[in-house]
Design a protein around this ligand. Sequence first.
Ligand code: OAD
Length: 234
Amino acid sequence: MNSVRNIVVLTGAGISAESGIATFRGPGGLWEGHRVEDVCTPEALAHDPALVHRFYDLRRAALATVEPNAAHHALARLDREWRGELLIVTQNVDDLHERAGTRRLLHMHGALQSALCAACGERRHWIDALPVGSRCDACGAAALRPDIVFFGEMPYRMERIETALAQADLFVSIGTSGAVYPAAGFVQLADACGADTLELNLERSTGSDSFAETRLGRAGELVPAWVEAVLGAA
Ligand code: OAD
């Protein structure tokens, strides 16, 4: 642990599960009662924008009913106290990492509290419902959409993330099933570049064999214990 300086952490839906936000791949393969391709693709947005906007409006509104849990708070503590390089990459679109106080954070799949102009690419902080046809302040087009990376779209900040992974001494994956690329491939990239790799998850993920170590359990217990150990060894 003494030789660790650069850490990259990847989080997924499992880290927010104990806050009361449903994970994606639950029983029946449904996501809050919807097939994922009905609400999370560019085609869905084109064919039924009202359904897609309503789905994300409800999820945005639900943020007011949840709080960061011990795992989010532990990563925020790591961010405050870790003197080396740190990048926390989340696949989650909730704002629980920010509300816990994490700053060195990237939302690779977008954010519920952001609206994106499909015409000019401008972003706006957005906390209320987002009606279809909402106008962009920057270009005037009636083209604001949820700022969510849909299936088939390129996740955000990949260059920055890949650079951090290539320089990492330690890559830690928390609460993700390893079902969605490119995030599912981060462990191989980090490993190929010489990083140690650790998985913290309720159950073995799809790519579990690629990690040097896997610890199984709830994020609310595993993450604070891991952060305590990392900071203690620094
Ligand atoms: P998944 O729902 O696929 O996986 C969640 C993982 O968290 C599973 O492996 C669970 O076992 C684990 N888990 C559940 N509760 C936990 C707990 N209390 N502590 C620790 N682990 C727990 O969610 P993701 O892997 O995040 O993409 O899904 C990846 C992407 O698929 C999402 O970002 C989303 C979705 O389609 C987009 O929206 C673009």
